[in-house]
Design a protein around this ligand. Structure first.
Ligand SMILES: Cc1ncc(COP(=O)(O)O)c(C=O)c1O
Length: 456
């Protein structure tokens, strides 16, 4: 394939390509940013410029870019058997092996996995399995599903309904009936000081308890919980909050679903965040880091008893590519790298603390109102600069401006409302971390001086 020049690419993109989560009017004005290649944690864009990928693609490229082992596993699998479904009593060896491997790695009790292609599909699948489970148990009144404000669980009609972000719902007239949101423990957004976060967490629990009482526990099927809320703004649970939430669900027979699409596969220094907070989830959804984004793959893991109940029926659910052998081969090779290179202990003991140290040091910058993070994920909240157009920027718009400034400083970080989120690959080197935070600091200085216009 002959590479096209940047102008042709931009013209074709503008004419034919719709992007997710994008304002296309703005995109056409500024022109799309084309990435050509990547290695480790470093991207190369269309102009040949290097950028540190502070977001690991979209919180997913855990083992870094350009890993030959995954490329070889995928191409070998494509040559041997490019595809065969797992429907109707058939399957393939990579799907079986990956299912068994995940059962080994997952928190105790989660023994089975249903594969799909994405995090959204994993949550859609979990919702259907939960409905079937309660129905098979003769408890069909249990239909309502709880999730939290600032949650992100995907973009299907039901998974968007679980999501607790107004911009994901208003344009589509969501949530659907039966989806109820309780407060996520986002103390900063509630105007509470960091030292008040624990008390705020307990207030969220009390509010959740009131909601359960008003809906009626006999009507509530499940609660979906990201252990750390990622796309909603890297909301780290305050002490005591998750254990209280877990206990509440257990007490009211509400299935507890840990959405580990971001937190799984090492980002927090453990295979799964559920281990860190002893969540013992009834179901666990996964995607992203299971293949480090090399090939799309998602899955839902189930507690044994749920699997047993579901076994009494043929469930007409599944995607053509459920258990795709090539995606599963990528997953196996990826897990092998995570383990062999001891990347998870590296996050826990070495690169995670180093990342948190550099992130915490940003708190001394006048533009930074709060920093928070865990392992290899973090965020900082922006203050309005004292001068320039951003001084009176509308709420929720500063993150996007900062993203542009950071990119012009050679760094990709994600602007969310008025905050900036980061989650670099688990292989990020010391030197790359220095470049990441160096770029962020330069961008903060420019931001604070009121600058907004940058070369794209
Ligand atoms: C916690 C969480 N759940 C679900 C999803 C949806 O995953 P996907 O974009 O693969 O559908 C995401 C995506 O960012 C996520 O962060």
């Amino acid at each position: 394939m002959q590479p096209l020049d940047l102008n042709s690419l931009r013209q074709l993109d503008s004419a034919h390509h719709l992007h997710p989560f994008t304002h296309h009017g703005q995109l056409r004005e500024r022109g799309t940013h084309v990435i050509r290649a990547a290695k480790g944690s470093t991207l190369i864009d269309e102009t040949g410029r290097e950028l540190i990928d502070g977001l690991a693609g979209l919180w997913c490229v855990n083992v870094g870019y350009g890993r030959d082992e995954i490329v070889s596993a995928v191409s070998e699998q494509m040559r041997t058997l490019s595809f065969y479904p797992s429907f109707f009593n058939s399957t393939t060896e990579p799907a079986i092996r990956l299912a068994a491997r995940l059962a080994d790695l997952a928190p105790p009790g989660l023994e089975q996995v249903f594969f799909c292609n994405s995090g959204s599909e994993a949550n859609e699948t979990a919702l259907k399995l939960i409905r079937a489970y309660w129905k098979l148990r003769g408890r069909e009144r249990k239909r309502v599903v709880l999730s939290r404000t600032y949650a992100y669980h995907g973009v299907g009609l039901a998974s968007s309904s679980l999501t607790g972000l107004p911009n994901c719902q208003e344009p589509f007239d969501l949530p659907l009936p039966g989806f109820v949101h309780v407060p996520g423990p986002y103390a900063y957004a509630a105007g509470r000081a960091a030292q008040d976060a624990e008390a705020y967490g307990q207030e969220c629990i009390a509010e959740t308890e009131r909601t359960i009482a008003s809906v009626g526990a006999e009507e509530i099927a499940a609660m979906f919980v990201e252990p750390i809320q990622g796309a909603g703004g890297v909301i780290v649970p305050p002490n005591g909050y998750l254990s209280a939430l877990r206990e509440l669900c257990r007490r009211h027979e509400i299935l507890f679903v840990a959405d580990e699409v971001i937190t799984g596969f090492g980002r927090l220094g453990a295979w799964f965040a559920s281990e860190l907070w002893s969540l013992e989830p009834d179901l666990l959804t996964l995607a992203k880091g299971v293949t480090s984004g090399y090939i799309p793959l998602g899955g839902v893991m189930l507690r044994g008893e749920i699997g047993e109940v579901l076994e009494s029926a043929t469930l007409a659910h599944g995607f053509t590519y459920t258990g795709h052998p090539v995606a599963c081969a990528a997953g196996l090779a990826n897990l092998e790298i995570l383990e062999r290179e001891r990347l998870i202990p590296r996050v826990r003991d070495d690169i995670g603390p180093r990342f948190q140290g550099a992130l915490g040091a940003l708190a001394d910058h006048p533009a930074v109102a709060e920093v928070r993070g865990f392992g290899l994920i973090g965020a900082f909240e922006l203050r309005h600069p004292p001068s320039g157009p951003l001084r009176s920027a509308a709420p929720g718009t500063m993150g996007a401006e900062f993203y542009e400034l950071a990119r012009s400083e050679g760094v990709i970080a994600r602007g969310i409302r008025d905050l900036v989120a980061m989650s670099p690959p688990l292989v990020v080197t010391y030197e790359e971390l220095d470049r990441l935070f160096g770029g962020i600091r330069r961008a903060l200085d420019r931001f604070w001086s009121g600058e907004t216009t940058v070369d794209v």
